[in-house]
Design a protein around this ligand. Structure first.
Ligand SMILES: [Zn+2]
Length: 288
């Protein structure tokens, strides 16, 4: 599923090519993709037609297209969404739910699993936490977010109202790089661990951005090309393979329906560190 680096990769491309272009028509807009929106599908269609995109921003895993007609088109790619710019003459793929036409090019959203979302909003002031690539994301702010929490640190990292944009892949990678077990109760991390975790989160996100995101199955960038970061992951998706640091075999643990990948040697959970609550917060895609 697209996480921060994948959505940001798409945003950078859209920001480079969309602003200033006039929307000639909305060729197709599947009403079922319009969720928790100020306007319905018909009204969105009419507000888009003839407008220009002024800028493209991101908040967590959400994209916001600002329009000259006022208002913001919010797009979320859910689990399997793709947002690609194609020639209008290109074959329309199955599960295409949204087509915006601009002078011979189409912006097309496809989403086989339909967990994505299209909405008209008045601001991107969504109920989301700190962006981990922003300056506000520091060891001190991370400590404040996790303070007193007995849930597993992995669950806390996935909670979008605490940290916006992290998902399963980068949470696992960051915990590996900071040497922290995914089930460690979030509130028990010390200052050194908080510092390592903060750096690790930034490191794994930036590395993925350089590699244009991680593609396992669905994700492609705005040109339809897969990313390269799947070749640079250290634990995620590497169950049973040797740890690149210590050669122990990577373990996969299922917690609350979500899998966690970690190295049992590099990420030790000591009994004295307490028992976490097995809870996964903030990743309920049915409600996106
Ligand atoms: Zn290891």
């Amino acid at each position: 599923m697209p996480e921060l680096p994948e959505v940001e990769t798409i945003r950078r491309h859209l920001e480079a090519v969309l602003p200033g272009r006039r929307i000639d028509a909305v060729i197709h807009l599947d009403e079922r993709m319009v969720k928790r929106s100020l306007l319905d599908a018909a009204a969105i269609r009419s507000r888009l037609t003839g407008a220009r995109v002024t800028r493209v921003t991101r908040r967590g895993k959400f994209l916001g297209l600002y329009l000259s007609s006022g208002g913001i088109l919010l797009l979320h790619l859910g689990m399997s969404g793709r947002l690609v710019i194609e020639l209008e003459s290109a074959l329309v793929k199955p599960h295409t739910h949204f087509i915006v036409r601009m002078g011979g090019d189409d912006l097309r959203l496809t989403d086989p699993r339909r967990f994505g979302r299209i909405a008209w909003v008045s601001s991107l002031d969504l109920d989301l936490g700190i962006d981990p690539l922003s300056r506000r994301f520091t060891p001190a702010s991370l400590a404040q977010l996790l303070e007193g929490r007995s849930i597993a640190v992995k669950s806390a990292l996935l909670n979008q109202s605490l940290i916006a944009g992290l998902g399963n892949i980068y949470a696992d990678e960051a915990l590996f790089w900071s040497g922290i077990h995914p089930l460690r109760p979030a509130g028990t991390l010390g200052a050194d661990e908080m510092d390592r975790l903060c750096r690790a989160i930034r490191k794994v996100l930036r590395r993925s951005l350089r590699n244009r995101g991680t593609s396992f199955s669905d994700y492609v960038d705005a040109l339809g090309h897969p990313g390269e970061n799947q070749h640079h992951l250290d634990v995620y998706g590497r169950e049973g393979q040797p740890c690149r640091r210590c050669r122990s075999l990577i373990v996969r643990l299922v917690v609350g329906g979500r899998s966690s990948h970690y190295c049992p040697q590099c990420q030790v959970l000591r009994r004295t560190q307490g028992e976490p609550k097995f809870e996964i917060e903030g990743e309920n895609y049915a409600e996106v």
